[in-house]
Design a protein around this ligand. Structure first.
Ligand code: RUB
Length: 328
């Protein structure tokens, strides 16, 4: 990446961390992105306000390119930069302070959102419910832990979530909270669904039509849940709603290194075998009973409404030209 040498070390480290997944999960990615903007602003040396603003735009573009699927990443960058543009900054110092304030505001709102999601989501859980979850979602964990603290839930089936095994992060977090956690292989989802009352998962991106993009395998959980008439809930902050989908864009599905699936030696020994590793999939809105957000528990069909709220983005601010047919 040609930008690297021009950005502060901490910014490059966050970019690399997001790319190599040491910083992962859509919510954390968003928070680290705004922290990177803050570090870039604090580190900036130079006198001209215009140069500073252009520099911040470059940092934003760089960060946005770290991973493609979670819209929380561009949304978080846009949250800071679109507000910065509107502030009519007159000095570099003022600009730096504004970026720091906006980044801190984003992190604070994101933390508050997680708490509200936990509370609202826990109201959908009934006493004695057995839950299932997939991957590691801080929003889904917030719902499960809140429901547990209210004494409603004790047993959770956690899918291991190959190939990166994020399910084990969830298992550890829930076990530390005192829940009874049962880790199951991904392929056993339909086998175990009959023991489950509700499914709670997170989201990387929610499209304007309410389709949910989340860790690969989520759509199979939804399918098995629908068959078994088990409710399927998605817990997500509204900064994971995608304004790009309003512009007709499809959500890009990240494809990662085959070495996450099998080791290098096996690949060498079986060089004729192709390995394909898409890491997200799309759950259609018909499979989602409700989306639990900090703005309320909504049917997936209401996703569009949330796209224009607070965290939601003005179409002119998202850094891409609206199609020619777009009219206000
Ligand atoms: C993580 C994943 C999570 C969502 C929501 O994928 O799919 O379910 O990001 O998580 P990866 P959160 O591990 O590839 O980043 O609720 O924490 O934002």
């Amino acid at each position: 990446m040609s930008h690297e040498h021009r950005f502060p070390k901490e910014v490059v480290e966050i970019y690399e961390g997001i790319k190599n997944m040491s910083i992962r999960g859509a919510g954390r990615i968003a928070k680290y992105a705004v922290i990177a903007l803050m570090k870039a602003a604090e580190d900036y040396k130079g006198g001209e306000t215009r140069d500073f603003l252009q520099y911040m735009e470059r940092v934003g573009s760089y960060l946005k390119s770290a991973r493609p699927t979670a819209v929380s990443l561009p949304n978080a960058v846009t949250y800071v930069l679109s507000r910065l543009r509107k502030l009519s900054i007159t000095s570099v110092e003022e600009g730096k302070q504004a970026v720091v304030n906006l980044a801190q505001e984003f992190v604070r709102k994101a933390d508050e959102a997680l708490k509200i999601i936990g509370e609202l989501g826990s109201r959908r859980i009934e006493n004695g419910d057995v839950l299932m979850t997939h991957c590691h979602s801080t929003a889904a964990v917030s719902v499960i832990v809140t429901a547990h603290r209210k004494g409603k839930v004790n047993v959770v089936y956690v899918k291991e979530t190959r190939p990166a095994f994020q399910g084990l992060i969830t298992a550890k977090a829930l076990a530390e909270e005192g829940l009874e956690v049962i880790v199951i292989p991904d392929s056993s989802v339909r086998y175990f669904m009959k023991k489950v009352d509700k499914v709670v998962v997170g989201a990387d991106t929610v499209a304007a039509n309410g389709a949910v993009v989340n860790k690969i395998g989520t759509s199979l959980v939804a399918l098995a849940a629908k068959e078994a008439r088990v409710r399927f809930y998605v817990a997500t902050e509204t900064f994971k709603f995608s304004p790009y989908t309003l512009l007709g864009e499809l959500v890009p599905i990240e494809v990662r290194d085959p070495r996450e699936v099998v080791d290098e030696e096996w690949i060498r020994e079986n060089e004729k075998v192709k390995i394909f590793n898409p890491v997200f999939d799309v759950t259609p809105p018909e499979y989602v009973d409700a989306i639990i957000t900090e703005k309320g528990v909504i049917p997936p069909q209401a996703a569009l409404l949330l796209l224009t709220e607070d965290y939601g983005i003005d179409l002119r601010e998202i850094g891409m030209n609206p199609p020619a047919t777009y009219e206000e």
